[in-house]
Design a protein around this ligand. Structure first.
Ligand code: NDP
Length: 419
């Protein structure tokens, strides 16, 4: 019996909400609140005939702490699921603290305005000290640890697939498969084809910021940064086949480097087709990925936001996308004094996702873990005061829930390794 407030009603949130409504015995009441209330109302109307969960809706601007506080106070939820954008992480955490409510999200904080001089000064100091230059990092949300501890509240960060399930795979490998873990390679393969020359599978602004940033990996206790897309490998993915993949900076590397003692190297690879890379390079070269506003015909325009308006809405890719995703982690290390390798991954079919919840697999593979993370928190399996990432909790009940609710794991004890 619990009441949950979901903030956001985009591609990922709509999957998470539909999955929550399949587990009505836990998610008894749910309020969908977002900037555009009509999207929340449409989803609530779709769900009303098929779920026992009591679904209501609300309008909220999650950039405004006071609006959030008023909504949380009136709805009185047990948990706030932030599935809006990373820009809102801190305002929603502030509101949860003010109201004494647990918090979770699917991506770590990054600012909308990367030209803000106050943020920029802190960012540039962090780049120098830490050695990676992505706009997003955990420091902003880790700074809330003491406040959540003192309030006796839990904040769960980054509970999608990657970040999210990939960290649960790491915790599982450390708990059951290895005495020591030497290397982790996180492999994110999207073998789906939507038929467009160029489109992103989740929010274009967040996605393009992530993949156009310099790549980096963790090795021997520090970050190694490389130019964007400059390390390429090929890998033959189960049920997808041979794909090109590129080393990216990714947020879970930062927490795993702290939480996997003794790990020598952590890398993250994502597959991209040549058409995607060519378009992205061209858009970047002409300035369309810039987050700095320009004046056009007397109006202020942020190029990447204008681009977002031109690109297909990721939520509209569902009916067109065919093929599978394959996301997981390859480990090397030792067990009982002997060297060992292990690969744990999930394969997800775009069309099966579409048939079940009307969305493609990228939203599905993020929305299902968000629901399962909420389930862990609401059933008391993942509650401890403070701010935590997924690998800091027991992976077993979470992976069991993923097996049950649509993202079953596969294992390979003799995988091909990435050089
Ligand atoms: P969408 O753009 O599809 O949806 C975002 C939603 O948030 C929309 O409903 C939007 O409202 C709402 N929103 C945006 N700003 C505000 C605001 N100020 N106040 C209230 N609501 C707001 O994004 P996605 O569903 O693709 O992504 C959601 C999150 O999931 C992102 O944080 C993304 O980074 C993360 N993600 C995580 C992954 C993982 O594996 N961990 C993978 C993929 C995504 P409106 O309809 O008005 O625009």
């Amino acid at each position: 019996m619990s009441k949950v407030l979901v903030i956001g009603c985009g591609g990922v949130a709509s999957v998470a909400i539909q999955k929550c409504c399949q587990v009505s015995e836990v998610f008894t009441e749910l309020c969908i609140a977002s900037r555009t209330k009509s999207k929340c109302d449409a989803l609530a109307a779709k769900l009303a005939p098929i779920t026992k969960t009591k679904v209501t809706t609300a309008q909220v601007d999650a950039d405004k702490v006071e609006e959030l506080i008023a909504l949380i106070k009136s709805y009185q939820p047990d948990l706030v699921m932030n599935i809006a954008l990373p820009y809102q992480d801190l305002t929603i955490m502030d509101a949860c603290l003010a109201c004494g409510v647990n918090y979770m999200d699917t991506a770590n904080y990054e600012p909308e305005d990367t030209d803000d001089p106050e943020w920029r000064a802190i960012y540039e100091k962090r780049c120098k000290e830490e050695g990676f230059s992505a706009y997003f990092d955990y420091s902003w949300q880790w700074a809330y640890r003491k406040k959540f501890e003192e309030a006796g509240l839990t904040a769960l960060l980054g509970c999608g697939f990657d970040p999210g399930v990939t960290q649960a795979y790491c915790a599982y490998a450390a708990k059951h498969e290895f005495d020591t873990i030497d290397t982790v390679d996180i492999l994110d393969c999207n073998g789906g084809d939507h038929g467009y020359a160029f489109a992103t599978n989740f929010n274009p602004e967040i996605n393009l910021r992530e993949v156009s940033a310099p790549g980096s990996y963790w090795e021997n206790g520090h970050w190694v940064e490389i130019p964007a897309m400059s390390i390429k490998r090929e890998y033959n993915f189960d049920q997808v086949g041979e794909k090109d993949m590129y080393l990216l900076h990714h947020e879970e590397i930062e927490s795993l480097a702290k939480n996997l003692p003794g790990v020598r190297r952590i890398r993250f690879f994502m597959t991209f087709g040549q058409s995607y890379l060519d378009h992205m390079r061209c858009l970047e070269d002409v300035g369309m990925l810039s987050t700095t506003p320009i004046q056009y015909n007397g109006q202020e325009i942020v190029p990447i936001q204008f681009l977002k308006a031109l690109l297909p809405d990721p939520a509209s890719l569902g009916p067109r996308t065919k093929g599978k995703t394959n996301i997981g982690c390859i480990f090397t290390g030792t067990k009982d004094g002997k060297p060992k390798t292990y690969y744990i991954y999930n394969v997800c079919d775009h069309q099966e996702c579409y048939r079940e919840v009307g969305s493609q697999a990228i939203s599905y593979t993020t929305g299902v873990p968000a629901m399962c993370g909420a389930l862990m928190m609401l059933t008391g399996k993942w509650t401890k005061p403070g701010v935590y990432t997924v690998e800091e909790f027991d992976p077993d009940p979470f992976l069991d829930a993923l097996d049950r609710y649509g993202l079953p794991r596969s294992e390979n004890r003799a995988p091909a390794l990435v050089d």
